[in-house]
Write a protein that binds this ligand. Structure first.
Ligand code: PHE
Length: 394
Protein backbone atom coordinates (compact mmCIF):
# COMPACT_ATOMS: atom_id res chain seq x y z
CA UNK A 1 0.00 0.00 0.00
CA UNK A 2 1.19 3.48 -0.81
CA UNK A 3 -0.75 6.72 -0.41
CA UNK A 4 -4.22 5.82 -1.50
CA UNK A 5 -3.14 3.13 -3.94
CA UNK A 6 -2.93 -0.63 -3.63
CA UNK A 7 -1.20 -2.85 -6.20
CA UNK A 8 -2.12 -6.51 -6.58
CA UNK A 9 -0.59 -8.58 -9.36
CA UNK A 10 0.52 -5.55 -11.34
CA UNK A 11 -2.89 -3.93 -11.21
CA UNK A 12 -3.12 -0.70 -9.23
CA UNK A 13 -6.37 0.28 -7.57
CA UNK A 14 -7.37 3.36 -5.64
CA UNK A 15 -8.68 2.58 -2.18
CA UNK A 16 -12.02 3.85 -0.92
CA UNK A 17 -14.38 3.37 2.01
CA UNK A 18 -14.87 -0.28 0.94
CA UNK A 19 -11.19 -1.21 1.22
CA UNK A 20 -10.69 -3.69 4.07
CA UNK A 21 -7.61 -5.77 3.20
CA UNK A 22 -5.19 -6.09 6.09
CA UNK A 23 -1.42 -6.56 5.92
CA UNK A 24 -1.38 -10.31 6.72
CA UNK A 25 -3.94 -10.99 3.99
CA UNK A 26 -2.07 -8.84 1.50
CA UNK A 27 1.16 -10.68 2.33
CA UNK A 28 -0.33 -14.12 1.78
CA UNK A 29 -1.18 -13.31 -1.85
CA UNK A 30 1.13 -15.20 -4.20
CA UNK A 31 2.34 -17.94 -1.80
CA UNK A 32 0.86 -20.51 -4.24
CA UNK A 33 0.98 -23.50 -1.91
CA UNK A 34 -1.38 -25.29 -4.33
CA UNK A 35 1.42 -25.31 -6.91
CA UNK A 36 3.92 -27.10 -4.67
CA UNK A 37 3.93 -30.81 -5.61
CA UNK A 38 5.07 -31.92 -2.13
CA UNK A 39 2.61 -29.78 -0.16
CA UNK A 40 -0.64 -31.45 1.00
CA UNK A 41 -2.70 -28.87 -0.92
CA UNK A 42 -0.64 -29.47 -4.08
CA UNK A 43 -0.87 -33.25 -3.64
CA UNK A 44 -4.68 -33.15 -3.52
CA UNK A 45 -4.73 -30.91 -6.59
CA UNK A 46 -2.64 -33.47 -8.50
CA UNK A 47 -4.95 -36.34 -7.55
CA UNK A 48 -8.10 -34.47 -8.59
CA UNK A 49 -6.48 -33.28 -11.85
CA UNK A 50 -5.48 -36.81 -12.78
CA UNK A 51 -9.17 -37.71 -12.64
CA UNK A 52 -10.03 -35.27 -15.41
CA UNK A 53 -7.27 -35.82 -17.99
CA UNK A 54 -9.06 -34.12 -20.87
CA UNK A 55 -9.94 -30.96 -18.92
CA UNK A 56 -8.09 -27.63 -19.37
CA UNK A 57 -6.24 -26.76 -16.16
CA UNK A 58 -5.93 -23.22 -14.79
CA UNK A 59 -3.98 -22.77 -11.57
CA UNK A 60 -2.34 -19.41 -11.90
CA UNK A 61 -5.23 -16.96 -12.08
CA UNK A 62 -4.68 -13.83 -9.94
CA UNK A 63 -7.02 -13.38 -6.94
CA UNK A 64 -8.01 -9.78 -7.71
CA UNK A 65 -11.32 -9.89 -9.55
CA UNK A 66 -14.22 -7.53 -10.15
CA UNK A 67 -17.45 -7.55 -8.16
CA UNK A 68 -19.05 -8.30 -11.52
CA UNK A 69 -17.04 -11.53 -11.94
CA UNK A 70 -17.31 -12.65 -8.33
CA UNK A 71 -21.01 -11.84 -7.75
CA UNK A 72 -23.03 -10.00 -10.44
CA UNK A 73 -22.47 -12.31 -13.42
CA UNK A 74 -23.15 -15.36 -11.25
CA UNK A 75 -26.60 -14.09 -10.30
CA UNK A 76 -25.93 -13.13 -6.66
CA UNK A 77 -28.79 -10.97 -5.36
CA UNK A 78 -27.80 -7.44 -4.34
CA UNK A 79 -28.62 -8.25 -0.70
CA UNK A 80 -26.82 -11.63 -0.64
CA UNK A 81 -24.89 -11.77 2.67
CA UNK A 82 -21.73 -12.91 0.86
CA UNK A 83 -21.41 -9.41 -0.62
CA UNK A 84 -21.12 -7.69 2.74
CA UNK A 85 -17.94 -5.99 3.89
CA UNK A 86 -17.88 -8.14 7.00
CA UNK A 87 -17.62 -11.35 4.90
CA UNK A 88 -15.58 -10.30 1.87
CA UNK A 89 -12.23 -8.59 1.34
CA UNK A 90 -12.83 -5.55 -0.84
CA UNK A 91 -9.94 -3.97 -2.76
CA UNK A 92 -12.35 -1.11 -3.40
CA UNK A 93 -16.04 -0.67 -4.22
CA UNK A 94 -15.79 -2.51 -7.55
CA UNK A 95 -13.09 -5.11 -6.88
CA UNK A 96 -12.56 -7.94 -4.39
CA UNK A 97 -10.23 -10.78 -3.55
CA UNK A 98 -12.19 -13.69 -5.06
CA UNK A 99 -14.35 -15.45 -2.48
CA UNK A 100 -14.62 -18.56 -4.66
CA UNK A 101 -13.15 -20.04 -7.82
CA UNK A 102 -16.55 -19.62 -9.51
CA UNK A 103 -15.45 -16.02 -10.13
CA UNK A 104 -13.53 -17.37 -13.14
CA UNK A 105 -16.28 -19.55 -14.61
CA UNK A 106 -17.53 -17.11 -17.21
CA UNK A 107 -14.05 -16.31 -18.52
CA UNK A 108 -12.97 -19.97 -18.54
CA UNK A 109 -16.04 -21.03 -20.55
CA UNK A 110 -14.97 -18.58 -23.24
CA UNK A 111 -11.84 -20.73 -23.76
CA UNK A 112 -12.91 -24.25 -22.92
CA UNK A 113 -16.00 -26.37 -22.36
CA UNK A 114 -14.37 -28.55 -19.69
CA UNK A 115 -11.91 -27.19 -17.17
CA UNK A 116 -10.47 -27.29 -13.67
CA UNK A 117 -9.43 -24.13 -11.82
CA UNK A 118 -7.35 -24.31 -8.65
CA UNK A 119 -6.82 -21.16 -6.62
CA UNK A 120 -6.52 -19.44 -3.29
CA UNK A 121 -9.80 -17.82 -2.17
CA UNK A 122 -10.43 -15.24 0.55
CA UNK A 123 -13.17 -14.88 3.16
CA UNK A 124 -13.37 -12.96 6.42
CA UNK A 125 -14.19 -15.49 9.09
CA UNK A 126 -13.83 -16.73 12.67
CA UNK A 127 -10.48 -17.84 14.10
CA UNK A 128 -10.25 -21.49 15.03
CA UNK A 129 -8.36 -24.60 14.00
CA UNK A 130 -10.44 -25.21 10.88
CA UNK A 131 -10.95 -21.63 9.64
CA UNK A 132 -8.40 -19.44 7.94
CA UNK A 133 -9.18 -16.34 5.85
CA UNK A 134 -7.29 -17.77 2.88
CA UNK A 135 -8.03 -21.27 1.65
CA UNK A 136 -8.06 -23.19 -1.62
CA UNK A 137 -10.76 -24.39 -3.95
CA UNK A 138 -10.93 -26.40 -7.13
CA UNK A 139 -13.65 -25.53 -9.58
CA UNK A 140 -14.59 -28.14 -12.13
CA UNK A 141 -17.06 -27.63 -14.96
CA UNK A 142 -18.19 -29.44 -18.08
CA UNK A 143 -20.56 -28.46 -20.87
CA UNK A 144 -22.19 -30.51 -23.60
CA UNK A 145 -24.04 -29.44 -26.72
CA UNK A 146 -27.68 -29.67 -25.75
CA UNK A 147 -28.48 -32.78 -27.79
CA UNK A 148 -25.39 -34.84 -27.07
CA UNK A 149 -25.94 -38.39 -25.76
CA UNK A 150 -24.58 -37.88 -22.26
CA UNK A 151 -25.67 -41.34 -21.10
CA UNK A 152 -22.76 -43.01 -22.90
CA UNK A 153 -20.08 -41.16 -21.02
CA UNK A 154 -21.05 -42.35 -17.54
CA UNK A 155 -18.53 -44.29 -15.46
CA UNK A 156 -19.50 -46.79 -12.78
CA UNK A 157 -20.13 -46.01 -9.14
CA UNK A 158 -17.34 -46.59 -6.64
CA UNK A 159 -18.51 -45.54 -3.19
CA UNK A 160 -21.48 -46.44 -1.09
CA UNK A 161 -23.98 -43.65 -1.24
CA UNK A 162 -25.74 -43.50 2.08
CA UNK A 163 -28.73 -41.62 0.84
CA UNK A 164 -29.74 -41.97 -2.76
CA UNK A 165 -29.92 -38.63 -4.47
CA UNK A 166 -33.02 -36.71 -3.45
CA UNK A 167 -35.47 -36.01 -6.26
CA UNK A 168 -34.89 -32.65 -7.85
CA UNK A 169 -38.37 -31.80 -8.92
CA UNK A 170 -38.87 -29.74 -5.81
CA UNK A 171 -39.83 -26.07 -5.89
CA UNK A 172 -36.77 -25.10 -3.87
CA UNK A 173 -34.31 -26.92 -6.14
CA UNK A 174 -35.91 -26.89 -9.58
CA UNK A 175 -34.85 -28.04 -13.02
CA UNK A 176 -34.44 -24.93 -15.21
CA UNK A 177 -37.40 -24.32 -17.53
CA UNK A 178 -35.22 -24.45 -20.68
CA UNK A 179 -33.94 -27.95 -19.83
CA UNK A 180 -35.77 -31.22 -20.32
CA UNK A 181 -36.00 -33.53 -17.35
CA UNK A 182 -34.36 -36.37 -19.26
CA UNK A 183 -31.32 -34.26 -20.21
CA UNK A 184 -30.90 -32.95 -16.69
CA UNK A 185 -31.11 -36.44 -15.23
CA UNK A 186 -28.27 -37.53 -17.49
CA UNK A 187 -26.10 -34.51 -16.59
CA UNK A 188 -26.74 -35.05 -12.89
CA UNK A 189 -25.90 -38.74 -13.11
CA UNK A 190 -22.64 -37.83 -14.83
CA UNK A 191 -21.87 -35.16 -12.23
CA UNK A 192 -22.57 -37.44 -9.30
CA UNK A 193 -20.69 -40.46 -10.56
CA UNK A 194 -17.70 -38.27 -11.51
CA UNK A 195 -17.51 -36.71 -8.07
CA UNK A 196 -18.17 -39.93 -6.18
CA UNK A 197 -15.33 -41.44 -8.24
CA UNK A 198 -12.89 -38.64 -7.33
CA UNK A 199 -13.74 -38.84 -3.65
CA UNK A 200 -13.52 -42.65 -3.61
CA UNK A 201 -10.14 -42.47 -5.33
CA UNK A 202 -8.79 -39.90 -2.86
CA UNK A 203 -9.97 -41.87 0.15
CA UNK A 204 -8.72 -45.18 -1.26
CA UNK A 205 -5.19 -43.74 -0.96
CA UNK A 206 -5.53 -44.11 2.80
CA UNK A 207 -7.35 -47.43 2.45
CA UNK A 208 -10.63 -45.89 3.51
CA UNK A 209 -12.20 -46.05 0.06
CA UNK A 210 -14.54 -48.98 0.43
CA UNK A 211 -15.77 -48.03 3.91
CA UNK A 212 -16.65 -44.54 2.84
CA UNK A 213 -20.15 -43.22 3.09
CA UNK A 214 -21.25 -40.11 1.26
CA UNK A 215 -24.58 -38.37 0.85
CA UNK A 216 -26.06 -35.67 -1.38
CA UNK A 217 -27.89 -32.80 0.26
CA UNK A 218 -30.05 -30.34 -1.66
CA UNK A 219 -28.91 -26.74 -1.41
CA UNK A 220 -29.01 -23.39 -3.22
CA UNK A 221 -26.41 -21.53 -5.27
CA UNK A 222 -27.31 -18.49 -7.39
CA UNK A 223 -25.51 -19.96 -10.42
CA UNK A 224 -26.70 -23.58 -10.45
CA UNK A 225 -30.08 -25.29 -10.34
CA UNK A 226 -30.67 -27.91 -9.16
CA UNK A 227 -27.82 -27.78 -6.61
CA UNK A 228 -26.31 -30.11 -4.01
CA UNK A 229 -23.60 -30.46 -1.42
CA UNK A 230 -21.64 -33.68 -1.10
CA UNK A 231 -21.00 -34.75 2.47
CA UNK A 232 -18.75 -37.52 3.74
CA UNK A 233 -19.17 -39.48 6.99
CA UNK A 234 -15.94 -39.02 8.95
CA UNK A 235 -15.22 -39.38 12.67
CA UNK A 236 -18.90 -39.76 13.49
CA UNK A 237 -20.13 -36.73 11.66
CA UNK A 238 -21.15 -35.54 8.19
CA UNK A 239 -18.62 -33.14 6.69
CA UNK A 240 -19.35 -31.00 3.66
CA UNK A 241 -16.74 -31.40 0.93
CA UNK A 242 -18.13 -29.60 -2.07
CA UNK A 243 -20.99 -27.70 -3.67
CA UNK A 244 -22.22 -28.43 -7.18
CA UNK A 245 -25.12 -28.33 -9.59
CA UNK A 246 -26.44 -27.87 -13.10
CA UNK A 247 -25.11 -24.58 -14.48
CA UNK A 248 -27.69 -21.83 -14.87
CA UNK A 249 -28.02 -21.36 -18.54
CA UNK A 250 -27.73 -17.70 -19.39
CA UNK A 251 -27.22 -18.08 -23.11
CA UNK A 252 -26.45 -20.62 -25.83
CA UNK A 253 -27.41 -24.17 -26.55
CA UNK A 254 -25.27 -25.83 -23.93
CA UNK A 255 -25.95 -27.88 -20.86
CA UNK A 256 -23.56 -28.82 -18.09
CA UNK A 257 -22.43 -29.13 -14.49
CA UNK A 258 -20.02 -27.35 -12.15
CA UNK A 259 -18.59 -28.09 -8.73
CA UNK A 260 -16.44 -26.27 -6.15
CA UNK A 261 -14.29 -28.40 -3.85
CA UNK A 262 -12.59 -27.06 -0.70
CA UNK A 263 -9.05 -28.44 -0.46
CA UNK A 264 -8.10 -27.71 3.18
CA UNK A 265 -10.97 -29.73 4.63
CA UNK A 266 -10.05 -32.83 2.60
CA UNK A 267 -6.34 -32.37 3.29
CA UNK A 268 -6.93 -32.09 7.05
CA UNK A 269 -8.88 -35.36 6.97
CA UNK A 270 -6.49 -37.30 4.73
CA UNK A 271 -3.18 -36.18 6.20
CA UNK A 272 -4.47 -35.92 9.77
CA UNK A 273 -3.49 -32.26 10.01
CA UNK A 274 -4.89 -30.85 13.26
CA UNK A 275 -4.63 -27.11 12.62
CA UNK A 276 -5.32 -25.23 9.39
CA UNK A 277 -2.48 -22.76 10.12
CA UNK A 278 0.01 -25.57 9.48
CA UNK A 279 -0.62 -25.36 5.71
CA UNK A 280 1.11 -21.97 5.78
CA UNK A 281 4.05 -23.15 7.86
CA UNK A 282 7.57 -22.74 6.51
CA UNK A 283 8.91 -25.08 9.18
CA UNK A 284 10.90 -27.94 7.58
CA UNK A 285 9.46 -30.27 10.22
CA UNK A 286 6.14 -29.72 8.45
CA UNK A 287 7.21 -29.38 4.83
CA UNK A 288 9.64 -32.30 4.77
CA UNK A 289 6.99 -34.82 5.79
CA UNK A 290 5.24 -34.95 2.42
CA UNK A 291 6.06 -36.47 -0.96
CA UNK A 292 4.48 -35.83 -4.35
CA UNK A 293 1.55 -38.10 -5.21
CA UNK A 294 1.40 -39.79 -1.86
CA UNK A 295 -0.68 -39.36 1.26
CA UNK A 296 1.03 -39.94 4.59
CA UNK A 297 -0.29 -39.25 8.05
CA UNK A 298 1.15 -36.09 9.61
CA UNK A 299 3.40 -36.71 12.62
CA UNK A 300 3.01 -33.82 15.08
CA UNK A 301 6.45 -32.61 16.11
CA UNK A 302 5.42 -30.88 19.32
CA UNK A 303 2.69 -28.81 20.83
CA UNK A 304 3.72 -25.62 22.51
CA UNK A 305 1.68 -24.47 25.50
CA UNK A 306 -1.53 -22.47 25.11
CA UNK A 307 -2.00 -19.17 26.84
CA UNK A 308 -5.58 -17.92 27.31
CA UNK A 309 -6.45 -14.24 27.69
CA UNK A 310 -9.95 -12.84 28.11
CA UNK A 311 -11.20 -9.45 27.03
CA UNK A 312 -14.60 -7.95 27.89
CA UNK A 313 -16.16 -4.85 26.43
CA UNK A 314 -19.33 -2.87 25.78
CA UNK A 315 -20.19 -1.91 22.24
CA UNK A 316 -20.79 1.80 21.76
CA UNK A 317 -22.90 1.70 18.65
CA UNK A 318 -24.77 -1.43 17.63
CA UNK A 319 -22.34 -2.04 14.80
CA UNK A 320 -19.94 -4.49 16.42
CA UNK A 321 -19.36 -7.42 14.05
CA UNK A 322 -17.38 -10.44 15.17
CA UNK A 323 -15.46 -10.78 11.88
CA UNK A 324 -14.05 -7.26 12.32
CA UNK A 325 -12.73 -8.31 15.72
CA UNK A 326 -11.21 -11.49 14.22
CA UNK A 327 -9.51 -9.45 11.52
CA UNK A 328 -8.14 -7.03 14.09
CA UNK A 329 -6.63 -9.92 16.06
CA UNK A 330 -5.09 -11.42 12.92
CA UNK A 331 -3.59 -8.04 12.10
CA UNK A 332 -1.81 -7.97 15.46
CA UNK A 333 -1.00 -11.57 16.31
CA UNK A 334 -1.32 -13.32 12.93
CA UNK A 335 -0.80 -17.06 13.21
CA UNK A 336 0.06 -16.88 16.91
CA UNK A 337 -3.65 -17.14 17.71
CA UNK A 338 -5.15 -20.62 17.56
CA UNK A 339 -8.75 -19.74 18.30
CA UNK A 340 -11.04 -17.02 19.61
CA UNK A 341 -14.26 -17.92 21.36
CA UNK A 342 -17.17 -15.87 22.58
CA UNK A 343 -17.58 -17.04 26.19
CA UNK A 344 -20.17 -14.57 27.44
CA UNK A 345 -22.68 -12.15 25.99
CA UNK A 346 -24.97 -9.85 27.88
CA UNK A 347 -27.56 -7.25 26.93
CA UNK A 348 -28.11 -4.40 29.35
CA UNK A 349 -31.82 -4.45 30.28
CA UNK A 350 -32.21 -0.65 30.18
CA UNK A 351 -29.71 0.66 27.63
CA UNK A 352 -29.85 -2.47 25.40
CA UNK A 353 -26.12 -2.12 24.92
CA UNK A 354 -24.38 -5.44 24.33
CA UNK A 355 -21.42 -6.65 26.32
CA UNK A 356 -19.10 -9.36 25.02
CA UNK A 357 -16.41 -11.46 26.58
CA UNK A 358 -13.99 -13.27 24.25
CA UNK A 359 -11.30 -15.78 25.15
CA UNK A 360 -8.21 -15.62 22.94
CA UNK A 361 -6.02 -18.71 22.80
CA UNK A 362 -2.41 -17.75 21.98
CA UNK A 363 -0.24 -20.62 20.81
CA UNK A 364 2.59 -20.69 18.32
CA UNK A 365 3.12 -23.76 16.18
CA UNK A 366 6.89 -23.51 16.15
CA UNK A 367 8.04 -21.99 19.45
CA UNK A 368 7.10 -21.25 23.03
CA UNK A 369 5.63 -17.80 23.65
CA UNK A 370 6.73 -15.97 26.80
CA UNK A 371 4.23 -14.31 29.13
CA UNK A 372 5.68 -10.96 28.19
CA UNK A 373 5.11 -11.59 24.50
CA UNK A 374 1.50 -12.69 25.04
CA UNK A 375 0.79 -9.80 27.41
CA UNK A 376 2.04 -7.25 24.94
CA UNK A 377 0.00 -8.79 22.11
CA UNK A 378 -3.08 -8.72 24.33
CA UNK A 379 -2.41 -5.08 25.18
CA UNK A 380 -2.25 -4.22 21.47
CA UNK A 381 -5.54 -6.05 20.89
CA UNK A 382 -7.17 -4.06 23.71
CA UNK A 383 -5.84 -0.76 22.36
CA UNK A 384 -7.06 -1.52 18.84
CA UNK A 385 -10.49 -2.58 20.08
CA UNK A 386 -10.95 0.94 21.42
CA UNK A 387 -9.17 2.78 18.60
CA UNK A 388 -10.61 0.90 15.63
CA UNK A 389 -13.88 -0.65 16.77
CA UNK A 390 -14.86 2.07 19.22
CA UNK A 391 -15.81 -0.25 22.07
CA UNK A 392 -15.57 0.45 25.78
CA UNK A 393 -13.34 -2.00 27.68
CA UNK A 394 -14.75 -3.37 30.93
N1 PHE B 1 -18.62 -21.51 -5.46
C1 PHE B 1 -19.38 -22.31 -4.53
C2 PHE B 1 -18.87 -22.03 -3.11
O1 PHE B 1 -17.79 -21.53 -2.94
C3 PHE B 1 -19.28 -23.78 -4.82
C4 PHE B 1 -19.88 -24.17 -6.15
C5 PHE B 1 -19.12 -24.19 -7.33
C6 PHE B 1 -21.23 -24.52 -6.23
C7 PHE B 1 -19.68 -24.57 -8.53
C8 PHE B 1 -21.80 -24.88 -7.43
C9 PHE B 1 -21.02 -24.92 -8.58
O2 PHE B 1 -19.52 -22.34 -2.13
Amino acid sequence: TENNLITINKTTYSQDEWTNISKPIFNSIGRNIHLQPCHPIGIIRDIVESHFPAFSKYSNLPPNVSVKDNFDDLGFAMDHPGRSKTDTYYINKDNVLRTHTSAHQTAAFRESDQFLITADVYRRDAIDRSHYPVFHQMEGAKLWPKHHDIENTIQCLQVSVEQPAPPFHSLSNPVQPQHSLKQVEAVVRHLKTSLEGVIADIFSKINAGEHMKVRWVETFFPFTSPSWELEVWWNDQWLELLGCGVIQQRKGEMLGWAFGLGLERIAMILFGIPDIRLFWSLDPRFLEQFQANSISVFKPYSMYPSCYKDVSFWENTSSFHENDFMELIRGIAGDLVEDVKLIDKFIHPKTHRRSFCYRINYRSMDRSLTHNQVNSLQQLVRNDLVAKLGVELR
